[in-house]
Write a protein that binds this ligand. Structure first.
Ligand SMILES: Cc1ncc(COP(=O)(O)O)c(C=O)c1O
Length: 395
């Protein structure tokens, strides 16, 4: 079998449904057909060896994640949320420590900071990229530096929809203020920047294996990838209640952050077809980008980035009407997200007085189109035909 030159993965043929087949927003069933027999064989192996927690599948997945991404080490954990909380615990953050996060992201980013005992400080996003604005970041850091009740500690950029945040600019800001970076790569496995895969771009990256992610399991899971092997060992201790190598005596505070052997095996099987799936995502995105340029506002790339296309999201005016009409034409869409975090009740204490206009703008107009590897080119064209038709009629 031919080998992929970039990753050494076996070339896999991803089936493309006919043009008139129903269009799914995600399609886990089609993917399952490709991996099911291997996953079933894995179940049998795990039922036979009986190490449901901490089995050899955990090491195997961690090794494969390093090989794929170029990270020095990877630690499999129970969810993407744990993959963000645990590094903050490992870095010793808690009461009075400020962690800068974008205000337009999934709720888990803020929850991770709060669960670690630290304080989220919202940063505005650039609507063009949907990602953290480095200029506003610096402004928010200066504001925290002027306060007595908070210490500026870390930045948690989010690679929204799969587009890596602007790590060049954010890294410069982090260096000049002595802050650490813990990247929220929950949506961006398969994204790249300046020749590096997500997982090897920032010093610490948390990702999620939630089933609909580009690399997803059949349940909850996640991983922390890091450039620092010693840090990974601390995370392995935290993953098991902060215990020492014998897993009996706690030498630090930790949690149950483990990923089941079964989940690791499933993600491992899916990683084997990931490169082929990614190629399909990139092809579909190319169709969308070529056909929709100038008709809707596309997500712009951050410097040096290649999108992971976990989601394909655009800004569209009159979103509710557009979505309703697309739905009538058989095109499913979704909104990620219609409420920015600073407007949610749980995070009201962190709502900045000056507001977050970029986050508000994104929440008003973000609309995600179907994006998964099991969409054919012809179906992607059908999505564009329908959107063109709807936009023409709503003008
Ligand atoms: C940006 C972001 N951060 C964190 C998470 C949390 O991941 P999990 O659901 O695996 O805990 C998600 C999951 O949707 C996410 O999209």
């Amino acid at each position: 079998m031919a080998l992929d030159t970039l990753t050494g993965q076996e070339n896999v043929v991803i089936p493309q449904p006919p043009a008139d087949a129903p269009i799914q927003f995600f399609d886990l069933k089609a993917q399952q057909a490709l991996v099911r027999s291997k996953v079933e064989a894995r179940f049998t192996t795990i039922l036979d060896h009986g190490r449901h927690i901490g089995g050899p599948e955990v090491d195997e997945l961690e090794q494969k994640l390093c090989e794929f991404t170029g990270a020095a080490d990877a630690v499999a954990v129970g969810s993407g949320t744990q993959a963000l909380v645990m590094p903050l615990i490992a870095l010793g953050y808690g009461h009075g420590d400020a962690v800068f996060i974008p205000g337009f992201t999934y709720n888990a980013t803020a929850n991770a900071v709060l669960l670690a005992g630290a304080t989220p400080v919202f940063v505005d996003v650039d609507p063009a990229t949907f990602n953290m604005c480095p200029i506003d970041l610096e402004k928010q850091i200066k504001a925290v530096k002027a306060r007595r009740d908070l210490r500026a500690r870390a930045i948690m950029p989010v690679d929204l929809y799969g587009m890596p945040a602007d790590y060049h600019a954010i890294g410069q800001v982090a260096d000049s203020y002595g802050l650490r970076i813990v990247a929220d790569g929950a949506q961006s496995f398969g994204g790249r920047q300046s020749g590096k895969w997500v997982g090897a771009i920032a010093e610490i990256t948390g990702t999620s294996f939630y089933p609909t992610k580009a690399l997803g399991g059949y349940g909850d899971g996640g991983a922390i990838m890091t450039t620092d092997k010693d840090f990974a060992e601390i995370l392995r201790s935290i993953r098991w209640h902060g215990t020492d190598a014998d897993r009996k005596i706690s030498v630090r505070v930790g949690i149950n952050g483990r990923c089941d052997s079964i989940q690791c095996a499933i993600v491992s099987e899916k990683l084997d077809i990931f490169q082929a799936e990614r190629t399909r995502r990139v092809s579909i995105a190319a169709i969308y980008e070529e056909r929709l340029a100038g008709k809707v506002e596309l997500q712009q790339a951050t410097p040096g980035s290649e999108h992971g296309y976990g989601l394909f999201t655009v800004h569209v005016e009159g979103r509710d009407t557009v979505r309703a009409q697309l739905s009538e034409l058989g095109i499913p869409t979704a909104i990620y997200y219609d409420t920015p975090l600073h407007r949610m009740e749980a995070y009201a204490p962190y709502n900045p007085a000056e507001g977050l206009p970029g986050c508000d703008a994104c929440a008003q107009s973000a609309m995600s189109l179907p994006m998964h590897p099991y969409l054919s080119d012809a179906q992607a064209h059908r999505v564009c035909d329908a959107l063109e038709k709807v936009l023409g009629s709503t003008k």
